[in-house]
Every structure is written in C-alpha cells, then in structure tokens.
Ligand binder design. Structure first.
Ligand code: VAH
Length: 313
C-alpha cells in the first residue's frame, strides 16, 4: 500500500490522483484530518488520519504496512505566522511520528516536501544554491529547515530512504492552495476568468520561484523512482521551474483576457515573507542526479491554467 498523509491538500490531492494512475487506486490510502470537501473526489480509499496524534498514524501504519509514505500534511507560511505553535507542532511532530513509524514498520521509501521557504534574508537571492546561509524567519520556513535536518539524520543514522524537494510556489488547476504566500498565483487565474480583475497581496515587482503542479508532481515521481545510490542530497533538493512577478504574470494573462486588471493591496503580511525568499533557484543537483528539467514556461503555464479552468468550470 502507498499512504498519502495530507491527501486533501493542494499537493496531496494531485499526488493521490497520480499515484492511483501508476499503482492502481486499491493500492493507495488517502489520509487527512477531515473528510475530503465536496470539491475533492478522491478515487483512492480515504480515512481520517491525524499526523499530530502518534496513535492515529500508528494505526495507519499497522493496518496498511505501507511500502511508501508521502507526508504532505503541513501548515503553510501565511497561516503559520497566525498559528506559530500549531504550525511547529504539526510540521515537526507530524514528520517525526512518520519517520519513527517508517523505521518500525520498515517502509521502503518516504517522501516529505520542503520548500524555498528554508532560505532567508541572508541567503543569496538569485540562483540560490543548494548550500548557503539559511536564516528563514517564518515558522513554516524554519520548521521545513529543521525537517530537512531530521530527514538527513534518519537517513544517515538509521538508513531510512527518505527523500525531499524544496518546492517553489506551486500552481495547479485541479486543487486549491492552502494558506501560503504564493497562493496569489493560483487565485489570480480563477479571478481573471470570473471577474477579469484581481487584487494581488504581493507587490508588482515581487519575483518568486514558481512551478506548474504537473512539473512538481513529475519531479516527485522522478525523484522517488531514482535508484538510491544516485542521490547525493538527503536533506532536500533545490528544484526550479520558472520565476516571475505578479506584473509579469498579469501581462501574460492579458494576452488571453485583454481587459484583465491587476491591482495591488498594501501592507499585506505575506509581503514580508516573500521579501525574505529567493527570486530564483539553482537546481544543479536535481539536474545532475536524475536529469531534472521543467516543462512549463510562463506562456505554457498561463495557457494550461486558463484552458483547463475554462473547460473544468
Ligand atoms: C507557501 N506555497 O507559500 C507554499 C510554499 C514556496 C511557497 O512553501 O507557503
């Protein structure tokens, strides 16, 4: 069985769908803290699993003896600043419960997402390298940095085959983002189609590393399928798609919706988080270790998002 924890989230929803396609829905267990909302139609069996409750996660491991576990449950950057202790508890204890149980139940492979949020104000901001100063100042960011340290520790000390990617902001049409700083880049498409206007909570020139969800899911599957002896990074791989600003995204949307208007909110707390993150990422190690290459550029991403949102309304 393959266990997906946090299955109702922006990434989890898409991972369950992809893993069903590869391994068959009967071999997937989708777990989350609440039943999926009506907007999510999981094709895999679903059960309530609370990753902050060790007994709940233990029951899942004991019942299903998973060969692979994907732990996507997390509180993201913006919500994490509103609920710092809950974010630390969920992001850290959820991971440690999962790592310990993966060892106890001999799970072959574990995936856990990190993020570009692990970089901070003193990290190089352009072509941010795999190794550099990392002083994240969001709870989410330093929970992901600490999580990377735990993953590498469990690999080095116990030989657990846990793998991780530092995802950029993810943009997909099949699921909604959940409380992050990059969420504007998803909401903008829904609003453009509905109202031909959107108010961005990030300023016009805020350049951030982004990626189409299809590229992120493919990178995840490629990483998990790479022979272990080819992997040189056991914290989390830098992974790059494309970088853009809200103004550049709006200009590309205008090519399809000429009357689209983007306005800008002032003093949104998420601007401070975005200001501490890289503008672009150097993903040399992912390219070297498994031949990573993104497929979506800005033109292709906008066409794909608008096209799919239109035909799936
Ligand atoms: C967030 N979408 O905004 C997440 C992600 C790089 C951004 O970690 O918090």
């Amino acid at each position: 069985k393959i266990l997906v924890l946090g299955a109702n989230g922006q990434i989890g929803t898409e991972l369950v769908r992809t893993l069903c396609g590869i391994y068959g829905c009967d071999n997937i267990i989708a777990g989350d803290i609440t039943e999926p909302p009506d907007t999510i139609k999981h094709t895999a069996p679903f059960e309530i699993i609370n990753v902050t409750d060790e007994a709940s996660v233990r029951r899942a491991f004991s019942n299903h003896k998973p060969t692979q576990v994907y732990l996507l449950a997390a509180i993201l950057s913006a919500v994490g600043e509103q609920k710092p202790k809950m974010a630390w508890d969920l992001n850290m204890n959820g991971l440690i419960h999962t790592l310990d149980l993966a060892i106890e139940f001999k799970t072959a492979k574990v995936f856990w997402p990190s993020s570009i949020a692990v970089f901070g104000p003193h990290s190089p901001r352009v072509d941010t390298p795999q190794f550099c100063v990392m002083d994240p100042n969001s709870v989410y960011g330093f929970s992901k940095l600490a999580g990377e340290r735990w993953c590498e520790y469990y690999f080095d000390k116990y030989g657990l085959d846990v793998r991780s990617l530092r995802y950029p902001g993810l943009i997909g049409w099949r699921s909604s983002p959940g409380g992050g700083t990059t969420d504007y880049a998803v909401h903008i498409f829904h609003e453009a189609l509905k109202n031909s206007r959107y108010e961005s909570f990030l300023s016009a020139d805020t350049e951030l590393p982004m990626m189409h969800m299809d590229d992120a899911i493919r990178a995840t599957i490629e990483l998990m399928n790479t022979p272990a002896n080819r992997l040189s990074i056991r914290s989390a791989y830098n992974l790059a798609g494309l970088s853009f600003t809200p103004a550049q995204l709006a200009a590309e949307i205008k090519k399809h919706i000429p009357q689209f208007e983007l306005t800008y909110a002032k003093n949104d707390p998420r601007q401070l988080i975005a200001n501490s993150w890289p503008r672009s990422i150097d993903d040399t190690y992912a390219r070297q270790d498994w031949g990573w290459k993104p497929e979506f550029d800005l033109k292709g991403l906008v066409e794909n998002m608008l096209g799919n949102l239109k035909s799936n309304r």
